[in-house]
Design a protein around this ligand. Structure first.
Ligand code: CA
Ligand code: CA
Ligand code: CA
Ligand code: CA
Ligand code: CA
Ligand code: CA
Length: 379
């Protein structure tokens, strides 16, 4: 059955969802209107399209070049073949065809043994491992460090947690059961990295997106048909969890998909989640009681198309001048069209200035000291 793309029409800053068919996007899926009024923003950059057709792009991670923020990159999964590295202009800088990489995350300036590393992890569904890389600044490319046997039939979501005590942990889960594991990365001899599994917990059904709040020691987990949970991120934190939002009666429309913390420094910041079934994104406070702060969509711009059916997303408030001085929000687009004819193209990632989202939702300014403190290089 052919479906219609809902046209986003801004009325007084609020977007009404109208059922106009847009022929150029006739592969877009049926979707529900967002449950809440949404504001609309547009992408200013899109990455080059995937090499593969259909559902190939999935999840991004943002790496920041502290010395030259304009050299910062988006690391994106192509779940049919590997990991791409894209500049802030959307061009591909390097690619590793290491397997069917599903999700990806990054933490910078991590000390493991005698090494200071920018660590990238990805779930490799080809060999059921958690692939661990170092991100090399000069080359803007990934260097393999180790592959952790996941013990899962199909490793799916993944995210990193860099604790206040300096430990680096990997969270990853199994697609079918949703069960998560937590591994610690360490180096007994200072140079070789090992992983030890310290914890297992299960949201209850299929989950994928996760994101850790390093400052607060919180792990946000997106359970696709159910909603968003906040778990403790420490290995001893067990099964205790707090609900952030729900599909049933809450602000989410299934699937509850990609999720990411945006750290604005000094305790300020938000959690952003893809409400995939309504082609929109929800914004919550990063701290309890995780108040809902609004929803937005990414509509069609003059040259770059809007975003639908987002799987993974990432967001950073770091100053990435000149293109993204207030930070950047990156989302996978399930239905990319390219060129003047808006021809159906392979999937890609869209980049939206974080400042535009902040302004559209009228989010309060972070504390002044936080603005100076945006050099929090978290993915
Ligand atoms: Ca998808
Ligand atoms: Ca990610
Ligand atoms: Ca999913
Ligand atoms: Ca996915
Ligand atoms: Ca699109
Ligand atoms: Ca496009």
């Amino acid at each position: 059955m052919k479906s219609m793309l809902k046209d986003h029409v801004a009325v007084g800053g609020v977007v009404m969802m109208l059922g106009f068919a847009l022929a150029s996007c006739d592969k877009a899926p049926p979707s529900s209107p967002p449950k809440d009024p949404t504001v609309s923003v547009t992408a200013t950059v899109e990455t080059v399209a995937m090499q593969d057709a259909d559902d190939a792009a999935d999840d991004p991670a943002i790496w920041i070049d502290a010395e030259d923020p304009s050299r910062s990159v988006i690391i994106g999964t192509n779940k049919k073949r590997g990991l791409g590295v894209y500049g802030l202009d959307g061009q591909e800088l390097s690619f590793r065809a290491d397997g069917r990489m599903n999700n990806v995350d990054v933490r910078q300036n991590v000390t493991i043994g005698a090494m200071m590393l920018d660590v990238v992890v990805a779930t490799n569904r080809t060999d059921q491992t958690l692939a661990v890389y170092a991100f090399e600044r000069a080359a803007r490319a990934l260097r393999p460090l180790l592959s952790i046997p996941s013990t899962f039939g199909d490793p799916y979501g993944i995210c990193l947690y860099h604790s206040k005590t300096g430990e680096l942990y990997v969270f990853a889960n199994d697609s079918d059961s949703g069960t998560y594991g937590q591994w610690r990365l360490f180096s007994p001899d200072g140079t070789a990295i090992q992983a030890e599994k310290l914890r297992t917990f299960s949201p209850g059904s299929q989950a994928e997106g996760c994101s850790a709040d390093d400052q607060n020691g919180t792990l946000f987990v997106s359970e696709e048909d159910v909603g968003i949970w906040a778990y403790g991120a420490e290995p001893k934190d067990g099964d205790t969890r707090v609900g952030v939002d729900t599909v049933a009666g809450g602000h989410l429309t299934a699937d509850s998909e990609g999720i990411s913390l945006v750290d604005e420094g000094n305790g300020a910041g938000y959690v952003i989640a893809s409400s995939q079934g309504s082609n929109s994104y929800n914004v919550y406070d990063r701290a309890p009681p995780y108040a809902f702060r609004g929803a937005f969509v990414i509509g069609d711009g003059a040259t770059i198309d809007g975003v639908a059916e987002t799987d993974g997303l990432d967001v950073s408030a770091a100053n990435l001048s000149p293109a993204f001085p207030g930070g950047v929000f990156v989302a996978q687009d399930g239905f990319n069209v390219d060129g003047p004819g808006h021809k159906t193209a392979h999937q890609n990632f869209k980049l939206v200035p974080w400042e535009a989202i902040r302004a559209a939702l009228k989010l309060p300014r972070p504390p002044a000291t936080a603005a100076e403190n945006k050099a929090d290089f978290k993915g």
